[in-house]
Design a protein around this ligand. Structure first.
Ligand SMILES: [Zn+2]
Length: 318
């Protein structure tokens, strides 16, 4: 029961849509800005982690939704104050000002590219945050919704509804999504603009590394999507850092998911869980925390010339 309003626990989410809910766990209490009605999947996920909705509702100020036209470089309403009043056009959650950098170790890379794909049949969302390895600041972001090549309309609509309906952003997805084969050249232009991808290195990254939560994104999904889209796998997707392995080897804790790691670190989740751009933001916050605590991030997996993936850490999450 919610002590704030007396509603049954499972109703708290729906009742306080757009506001903040607190969650208690063995690791402590953390606040969760509510998504729009994803209570069932999130509460199942939380209970599987032995985290539970806390009985107290905190009436924090509602969080403005991120303008997802802006993140994809196509907001046409920046001159309208009512739009700017209602939508965020930045990443407020990645403020590094309060960080104590005294334990930060030199890293092997100048930049990290935090990637978190969404989509099970084909990729539906491709968000990447570019993070400075020294200052831990967000340098820039790349975000595109991705239109599947093969899915028939009915199946596509179902898939988009399943992924994004709970966030109320289906129409934005339908208006903005582009094919993966068109996303990749735009992504490469963006990488080149930041000098992270240079021709001299034969399409490999320049002192930068991808960071993902798990191996699925780069080991499995990118090559699958390249096959479906009839493209060669770009050479920069040959190695990556699986944050779960870094986390395990640094803290000695098994964080099997982003939520599990955040629960153990007592970090509040920001944004909508399973919206890729928000998950990439939360993964970045775990990465920042690891570095602030003194961790050195190293490549954890590499695709060899025979295309087999080699895992470089003995102690890793299976
Ligand atoms: Zn906007």
């Amino acid at each position: 029961m919610c002590l704030g309003c007396g509603r049954a626990r499972t109703d708290i989410y729906m009742a306080h849509r757009g506001a903040m809910v607190s969650i208690a766990s063995a690791a402590g209490e953390f606040s969760l800005p509510t998504p729009t009605g994803e209570s069932d999947s999130l509460s199942t996920e939380l209970s599987s982690l032995k985290l539970d909705f806390f009985n107290v509702f905190k009436g924090a100020t509602p969080r403005k939704p991120t303008c997802l036209y802006f993140t994809q470089g196509c907001c046409t309403m920046m001159d309208q104050s009512d739009h700017l009043d209602t939508h965020t056009h930045g990443f407020l959650e990645l403020n590094t000002k309060s960080f104590d950098l005294s334990k930060v170790q030199p890293q092997d890379f100048d930049y990290f590219l935090v990637l978190d794909l969404e989509g099970n049949i084909e990729i539906l969302e491709f968000p990447v945050l570019l993070i400075d390895a020294k200052t831990l600041e967000l340098v820039d972001f790349f975000h595109r919704f991705v239109r599947p090549r093969k899915l028939r309309k009915e199946r596509l609509d179902q898939n988009v509804e399943q992924h994004f309906g709970k966030f109320g952003i289906n129409s934005i997805w339908h208006e903005t999504a582009i094919l993966f084969k068109d996303v990749i050249p735009q992504f490469e232009d963006w990488l080149a603009k930041h000098n992270v991808l240079t021709k001299e290195l034969g399409g490999h990254l320049n002192k930068a590394a991808f960071v993902t939560c798990g191996n699925w994104d780069i080991k499995t999904k990118i090559p699958d999507q390249c096959r479906v889209s009839r493209m060669e796998l770009p050479p920069y997707f040959m190695e990556w850092i699986n944050l779960k392995d870094i986390y395990l080897n640094f803290y000695g804790w098994r964080g099997r998911s982003m939520l599990a790691m955040m629960g153990q670190l007592q970090m509040p989740l920001v944004g909508n869980h399973h919206l890729g751009i928000d998950d990439a933001t939360n993964i970045t916050r775990i990465l920042q925390r690891l570095i602030v605590d003194g961790s050195v991030l190293r490549i954890t997996a590499r695709r060899n010339s025979d295309k087999k993936v080699e895992f470089l850490f003995e102690n890793r999450i299976w």
